[in-house]
Design a binder for this molecule. Sequence first.
Ligand code: NDP
Length: 347
Amino acid sequence: MKMKPQSTPLQTALVEGPLPFQAIVARDTSGKSIAEPASLELSDLPAGDVLVEVQYSALNYKDALAVCGNRNKIMKSLPFVPGIDLVGTVVESSDPAFAAGDQVLATGWGLGERHWGGFSRYARLKKEWLTPLPAGLTPLRAMALGTAGLTAMLCVEVLERAGVTPSSGEVVVTGASGGVGSLSVMLLAALGYSAAAATGKSEQSEYFKSLGASRVVPRAELDRDAKPLEKELWAGAVDTVGSRTLATLLTQIRYGGTVAACGLAGGFDLPSTVMPFILRNVGLQGVDSVYLPADRRGPAWRRLAELLPAAQIDRIAQVAKLADIPDLAQKMLDGKTQGRAVISLES
Ligand code: NDP
């Protein structure tokens, strides 16, 4: 086990005994899952190769489902610590790939679903789940991006690989005020695309303009029953909503265009027909960032850090505390949040 020579309070505690720390813990209370702040000790944490002192986590849609009692859909057992994203400093590692003091981040891999996650001051993780913090990104900004940023980057890369270029025409992003949506608009704009923001919050046009959106499309224009084929409007799309929204999008994609589908904020069904695929050569590519292979993560994170200026990332980030998570999670499920809620574990 590699240890730094100087002794921090945690390192002293590792030798001398348990150190209580704060976490959000979901427990079974009379058959219902309740997630609230609780005190844990290092001995409570599950086994893992690397112990990380967490600086920041972030609230994602999946975390909101876990925190608000939708246990069966997200968390595989109780008691459980949710949180699919984290960034922090290695305290100790049983693997030579990491040493005390290294700054690392982790997203996905079942963190916050199958394995205790980031809503905790300390986390024990498998070494394969850790990505070194990319140069030029602060820990706070890494979590302002988090799973949402990685997913948005992958969605944009799907469009690029499908041959959708800035000169192909307008690209639309659904759920545009959310984490994945906001970051997709920002990335597309940074790459020179004309990105329309489809949203239920069309009154906030200044916000979307500040992200670089070309225009705002009211949610109701897409969240409706569609004809099998409609007027060709979009060269491509990033869809975080699913259901009727995705089905309508498919009918409006130009000949040979592509949709990168990553979310289900509006529902997991897809009431569509084969017409866009067989008559307009439209592509539909799913995107998953959770089990993205480790060798693709570093390049995607580095590209994110290069493309998005710090001031732009700061525009979408709001910092909250662990104790704020239950309220924020409910607001997120009610569609009342915007951008990224970064959770500070430092206090
Ligand atoms: P957020 O909650 O931050 O954003 C979701 C957005 O969707 C909302 O802000 C809202 O935007 C819109 N929305 C909410 N409810 C509805 C509704 N009933 N109908 C239509 N639109 C709605 O979530 P994230 O950005 O973190 O995640 C977005 C989706 O992507 C989620 O379904 C999540 O599970 C999925 N996801 C998938 C990943 C993958 O690897 N495949 C990784 C990360 C997320 P607005 O008001 O602007 O319309």
